[in-house]
Ligand binder design. Structure first.
Ligand SMILES: Cc1cc2nc3c(=O)[nH]c(=O)nc-3n(C[C@H](O)[C@H](O)[C@H](O)COP(=O)(O)OP(=O)(O)OC[C@H]3O[C@@H](n4cnc5c(N)ncnc54)[C@H](O)[C@@H]3O)c2cc1C
Length: 408
């Protein structure tokens, strides 16, 4: 017999769990979440998990600010701390172009009541003793920012959803096919039987297009490699030092248990064809560079200039995985192209932890037919017109947007 719900969410990563949380806490809809593995175990558990508010546009800032709200709300609801490390973030511009972009986002944060602080080079070095620069066009410190355990945040969204509303969670349940009649998806076929729902939220991470492409729909994104390295512990990397964003080095760094976690962007980012991704990312690699040494060699030079200690310490860990990048570096949140009852929470562009609160809020607003509180115009799933999410030229274009990314 079919299992029938008001809303079915496909995918139990951060974007599926936040969608469940916002729907359950604000409505009495019957909601089901379907996850083929275990909650939060795929892309979400791999994140470096920077959570920063300084973004290029007001809608992006709004998505992130909502995450901060969600964290404090969840802490109150669950009576437990989520250990958000509020170490702050420091944005170091070493070109006029970056300085202008960062000053613009700083101004937007000020208008919203935040208190970013401009720093001198000496003050920046005091905060991050590993930073070795003698020139900067603009440095700003945003005290509210930091990082959070992504798995814990994902679990908290889920606990919050369960505590607040009518939610059934189906783990170890794989959606095999979405069946449509005209523009409406009528049946969600899984390996545990069929589900029927008035509305469907697809938050299937980098696999999303394996469900949408057969329907002639899609999320305009490709699974593109994101990666970071973690050094051995060293006194140069105090645990209290901030997240540091270095646009010119195409790098970010933050403390990680006494070592430095740093992420670098490839000159040419690697992508995977959606159908080539295994169900579990454990052990998955985009190429034969399993330990990341080649990638490090190719991208480290500009970072080494501002962090020479990296050349001397041991590198202990390498983490890589797919993030869903779009051609314009903006997310995919809204109604699925050519489908009437399907909403997409996708195109994370390497920021799914930071934007998770705003995505959950927006999915709630869309599903309940309210005017979204956050302006979603820039994230409209149909903004690229018709595209083929399996086309190589399209996938390459998405990967290029990661290579060009300078923000955190
Ligand atoms: C190396 C790396 C570093 C990152 N660093 C940061 C960072 O610093 N800050 C930040 O904000 N973000 C960061 N990210 C991005 C962040 O991890 C993602 O944006 C976020 O996890 C996306 O969550 P999701 O729910 O979309 O995807 P996922 O966590 O992958 O969840 C999707 C879920 O859908 C399930 N699923 C897929 N297909 C089906 C199906 N057919 N049936 C049932 N279930 C299905 C999967 O099993 C999976 O659990 C990073 C990512 C990587 C890889």
């Amino acid at each position: 017999m079919n299992k029938t719900y008001d809303v079915v969410i496909i995918g139990g990563g951060l974007l599926g769990c936040t969608s469940a949380y916002y729907l359950c806490k604000n409505t009495d809809l019957n909601v089901a979440l379907i996850e083929r593995g275990m909650l939060g175990m795929q892309t979400s558990s791999l994140a470096a998990s920077l959570v920063t508010r300084g973004r290029a546009t007001r809608p992006l800032i709004d998505l992130c600010v909502e995450t901060f709200e969600a964290v404090s709300e969840l802490e109150d609801l669950l009576g437990d701390k989520l250990d958000f490390n509020h170490v702050g973030s420091m944005h170091v511009a070493q070109s006029v172009e970056s300085a202008t972009a960062i000053a613009k986002q700083t101004e937007m944060l000020r208008q919203m009541g935040d208190h970013p602080v401009e720093l001198t080079i000496d003050q920046a070095r005091e905060k991050a003793p590993w930073l070795s620069i003698d020139q900067a066009d603009y440095i700003v410190f945003n005290p509210k920012d930091g990082f959070i355990d992504p798995y814990r945040l994902c679990a908290a969204y889920m606990q919050g959803a369960k505590a607040s509303g009518n939610l059934d969670v189906y783990q170890s349940t794989e959606v095999l096919e979405l069946v449509k009649d005209g523009a409406k998806v009528t049946t969600i076929k899984t390996d545990q039987g069929d589900f029927v729902a008035d509305q469907i939220v697809v938050a299937a991470g980098p696999w999303i297009n394996t469900l949408l492409q057969p329907l002639g729909s899609g999320a305009a994104m490709a699974p593109v490699r994101s990666h970071y390295w973690i050094t051995a512990t060293d006194p140069l990397y105090p645990v209290t030092s901030p997240v540091v964003i270095l646009p010119e080095a195409k790098a970010y760094a933050r403390p990680e248990v006494g070592g430095l976690l740093f992420g670098l962007r490839d000159q040419v980012s690697k992508w995977a064809h959606p159908t080539d991704l295994p169900n579990s990312l454990q052990g998955f690699s985009f190429d034969e560079d399993y330990e990341g040494w080649t990638a490090l060699e190719e991208a480290v030079e500009p970072f080494l200039e501002v962090c020479p200690s990296i050349g001397k310490v041991d590198i202990h860990h390498y983490i890589s995985g797919p993030s869903g990048y779009t051609p314009d570096g903006k997310h995919v949140i809204g109604k699925a192209p050519h489908l009437s009852n399907v909403f997409l929470a996708s195109g994370c562009c390497g920021a799914g932890v930071a934007i998770s609160g705003g995505v959950g809020q927006s999915i709630h607003d869309l599903v309940t037919g309210q005017t979204p509180r956050i302006d979603l115009t820039d994230f409209a799933p149909d903004r690229f017109g018709d595209f083929d999410p399996y086309d190589e030229a399209f996938l390459t274009q998405c990967a290029a947007s990661r290579s060009q990314k300078k923000a955190g």
